[in-house]
Design a protein around this ligand. Structure first.
Ligand code: 5GP
Ligand code: ZN
Length: 115
């Protein structure tokens, strides 16, 4: 796991790097993906650094609940509450940033070819 000081998403949380925050709650923030794959593509992350969703669930289930409820809130605002929430876990599953993040995908009729 990268140290939080080296972590891009920790720097969005701290404000050391700027990004467009579209929602937040006690334990989570939401910001737009830099390379959107759908009309709605927002990343939801816990303020605390964990490598993946299983580590977050074990250490801080309340923060995971806040990540999920923030995803729902963003999707209600921007996609009538219909969305896909994806946590890539591990490089072979497509994870490239090792601060857990859920991809909130929506705003169009989605296809289904996850593999
Ligand atoms: P992963 O591949 O780990 O599931 O998702 C990482 C996501 O972070 C990718 O969708 C990528 O486009 C996004 N991303 C990478 N660097 C940045 C950045 O500097 N700003 C924002 N807003 N998103 C980023
Ligand atoms: Zn981090």
């Amino acid at each position: 796991m990268s140290l939080p000081s080296d972590c891009l998403f920790c720097q969005f949380v701290s404000g050391a790097l700027a990004t467009e925050i579209v929602g937040q709650n006690r334990n989570a923030i939401a910001f737009r993906d830099i390379n959107p794959q759908a009309p709605l593509h927002v990343l939801v992350i816990p303020r605390e650094h964990y490598a993946d969703v299983a580590a977050l669930a074990l250490a801080n289930p309340e923060a995971l609940a806040d990540v999920v409820s923030l995803a729902q809130e963003v999707a209600m605002d921007e996609a009538d509450g219909e969305y896909r929430l994806i946590f890539n876990s591990g490089p072979s599953a497509g994870q490239s940033v090792f601060h857990v993040h859920g991809h909130v995908i929506g705003g169009t009729r989605l296809g289904w070819s996850p593999a």
